[in-house]
Write a protein that binds this ligand. Sequence first.
Ligand code: SAM
Length: 367
Amino acid sequence: MARVIPLADARSAPLAPELHRLAVAPRVAPTGLLADARGRSLRDLRVSVTDRCNFRCVYCMPKDAFGRDHAFLPHAELLTFEEIARLARVFKAHGVEKIRLTGGEPLLRKNIERLVEMLAAIGGLDLTLTTNGSLLARKARELKAAGLNRVTVSLDALDDDIFRAMNDVDFPVAKVLDGIEAAMQAGLAPIKINMVVKRGMNEHEIMPMVRRFRGSGHILRFIEYMDVGHTNGWRMDEVVPSAEVLAIIGREFPLEAIEAAYAGEVAERWRYRDSANAGEIGVISSVTQAFCRDCTRARLATDGKLYTCLFATAGYDLRALLRGGRSDDEIGNYLAAIWLQRADRYSEIRSEHTAALPKIEMSYIGG
Ligand code: SAM
């Protein structure tokens, strides 16, 4: 007698309550025109490809919280490249135009260029990556060949002692500068260079950074230190407001504001008044001038949870849908239901009190 092998119906796998609630949502065709509860479109997706980093930046992954015994996610918990690419297609159908790979340190994820290739094969996506630059000199050409358009490099100081103290693993600044050079040679331009300014730590590096990158073709951007996660012990008085950064720069190089390049751009752009060739700088004022109103970003954490705000406390487990046998159509429907009810605006309501609310670490959710 023939053996009957029952086909397990993976779809009956129980869903987490937040998704279960959305299972009854009406079908939304993938027109790319989703708008959330505050009228904001879905345009950008940030994907954290690893929660690991080879730096221990004091404001992001401080050593006392991310020590040798820290339990990072086991490999099986991470989304595979195939899963990320599949979700990318679903997100694109619902309006996403740009994907940024981040982490953790994205260049630590083995064969990351293979993922870039798979995303590039989807077509029509602007592909970028944010990195600490430590492995960029080695990887820039492969990344470009795989289809990456641009990179953003984080660099908090030019002074080697300050830089080593901030990354807290004694990493020399010269290697990051080599990485930036390699990225430029590879054509991953224009390169954005992000400097987080923390009072008492690196505000004296603002002018050396300005002088170094003025006229280089790279876009230097100053980021206000944010209350992401809990491990950094954030305090409002350690934030250097963008207005102060602009005033410091303006004393040596007068500045004038320029228009945003596109709707929803987080950086406010400024150019040097004395020279058309000196380029531009940007400030990202997530603390003093929140830009929630224009936020078109979703974040996919390393384990496949979808967050609709950097400060969200609960994510939606898309990995459970992928691994539970749901079709692209079904996953797209969940995504639409999640976006339609999105109402987050944490940065607009931030105060000394909200700093104490539960939060998720940036390395996991993706910076
Ligand atoms: N490892 C990559 C890198 O260094 O760029 C990508 C991940 S990292 C979390 C992304 C960016 O977030 C970096 O520019 C980092 O400086 C920034 N960042 C981390 N913690 C921050 C905080 N508390 N406030 C503002 N920016 C922060």
